[in-house]
Design a protein around this ligand. Structure first.
Ligand SMILES: [Ca+2]
Ligand SMILES: [Ca+2]
Length: 243
């Protein structure tokens, strides 16, 4: 005996609802047209142990300058004295674009991340620090600081090994900062900051260990473009009806 009636068996075999097949076909070209993501900086610190970071070319972007440790187990680990290493993006952020900064962190070899002074990854524009992400030094939690995000904001997450992500919308100054381990900050800071450089830095007593550092810039989907398409389609409809 089968547990299903013929009708039930038909329902089980029926293909998914038509819209579930049509929607991806409609959405795919939309996603494609609003994508345009470009990686403007990337470094996975994949060189052998002991490789000098200053002067080294990242995977995307210009060579590191400033002060830095050497490559340690495939990472940038600031354990030791206070240091600041800088690298420029291949292209600066501009109008109509959103920037995404992501990096992984591990427990620094020298001990805890969230102790002592500050340690983190910053974004610069025209030579001045505009966003800091990491351990602020005043709190023992993940946070952000500096003008483009409207000053200091701290989360309640103090996980050393995680992934951090910052987004910043050029046109509006809207930003968000999250970690995989639970930090979830957002706000509206200063708009129009043309980020073109990043920095990994630590003060005395604060350390960070960074891997898979990446900055992407992509075009913000424009609702006005979709609206115009809708209006012109409506206009064509009107003309057809008059004809
Ligand atoms: Ca590499
Ligand atoms: Ca690595």
């Amino acid at each position: 005996m089968t547990p299903f009636s013929n009708q039930k068996r038909y329902n089980l075999m029926k293909p998914p609802h038509r819209m579930t097949r049509i929607l991806p076909a409609i959405l795919a070209p939309l996603c494609f047209s609003t994508g345009h993501a470009a990686t403007v900086f990337a470094d996975d610190f994949s060189e052998p142990d002991g490789t000098t970071i200053i002067g080294k070319a990242p995977d995307v972007g210009s060579a590191w300058t400033g002060t830095a440790p050497t490559i340690s187990a495939g990472t940038f680990d600031t354990t030791g004295a206070g240091r600041a290493a800088f690298a420029n993006f291949s292209v600066a952020l501009g109008a109509g674009q959103v920037l995404t900064l992501t990096y992984d962190t591990l427990l620094p070899a020298g001990g805890a991340f969230f102790t002592g002074g500050y340690a983190g990854v910053s974004l610069y524009a025209g030579g001045s620090e505009q966003v800091f992400t990491g351990d602020l030094g005043i709190d023992t939690f993940w946070g952000v600081d500096q003008p483009a995000v409207g000053g200091a904001h701290a989360s309640t997450d103090n996980t050393a090994a995680t992934t951090a992500t910052l987004t910043y919308f050029f046109d509006t100054g809207a930003w968000s900062f999250t970690t995989l381990s639970g930090a979830n900050l957002s706000g509206t800071g200063v708009s129009g900051v043309a980020f073109d450089q990043l920095r990994i830095a630590n003060g005395n007593g604060g350390d960070i260990r960074v891997d898979n550092l990446m900055v992407d810039i992509s075009a913000v989907p424009e609702p006005s473009a979709a609206l115009l398409l809708g209006l012109s389609a409506a206009g064509i409809g009107l003309r057809r009806r008059r004809a």
